[in-house]
Design a protein around this ligand. Sequence first.
Ligand code: TRP
Length: 333
Amino acid sequence: MTKKGRILSGHRPTGRLHIGHYEGTLRTWAALQDDYDCFFEIADWHALTTGYADIETMQERIEQIAIDWLASGLDPERSTLFVQSDVPEHAELFLLLGMVTPVSWLERCPTYKDQIANLTDGTGPGFGLLGYPVLQAADIVIYRANVVPVGEDQLPHLELTREIVRRFNNIYGETFPEPEAMLSEFALVPGIDGRKMSKSYDNAIALADAPDEVQAKMRSMFTDPEKLRMGDPGHPGKCPVFVYHRMYQDDEARLEEIKTECEAGRLGCVDCKIEATEKLLEKVGPVMERRRELSENLDYVHEVLREGAAKASKVARETMSEVRTAMHLDSTI
Ligand code: TRP
């Protein structure tokens, strides 16, 4: 079967993933695996651009992300799952791409400006942080990926990758394809406090949560602030719990009924949450269950990453050999 092209995407090992990641990213990635030749990378070097001292838990965070990925349906039979630092060729390409990347492009990058505004340790931004998008460009082009599925926040990095590629190809001859961003389907999953689900807001339902933790979190979820007692009319449009019904209730007629019953004040928040939780567990429960099985089988998880690194390295080595030739660095003396 011929595929539509090659995909690379990645994630920093930030720790356990939550259902916001699952609905917003992982389900999209899993669905792309039949049509594209997929590479999924755990970007541990990128994590060091800000958290360079945060190494105590690095191996655990890598493991946890790998488990979340496998549980969500990323399939090592069809895709290559690997850790960035297992393929040191990325660093060589990062160095070479750095030669043709003006510092002014990097200083202008909005994610860099955000990051330096949030730095707290007083030493100022590191060289690695400034170079973050160059490393990301290396990640992508070393596999000659055509398509990069990402969230909107990553678009500036994709634009920079394309500019770096154009400059490189101009100077050294056509070497890399210009990758296209593929925007993940918009899926804003609210956390238990109604804000966007995010680990840093401490409002997330993790894929690693046990069913009773999920139930407890759902019970404490914020609801329409104007519906104070049973019998008050509700406003599903303002209620995070209704977002969960929209995500997980397949029966359109029941969804409509939930809406009208809430608006009429006949459906109480407690019952409404119980129903939403049941549907959530019906859909995401199997992922959570697979996750528990994988956590008991870490040898398998490590084996997947080892094999992934071998497959990724093969492609990366071939590309680097062409890059060295293009840049007249392949002396055989
Ligand atoms: N910067 C991405 C993020 O923070 C992670 C990443 C690293 C990535 N390398 C990549 C994403 C290559 C897409 C392609 O989420």
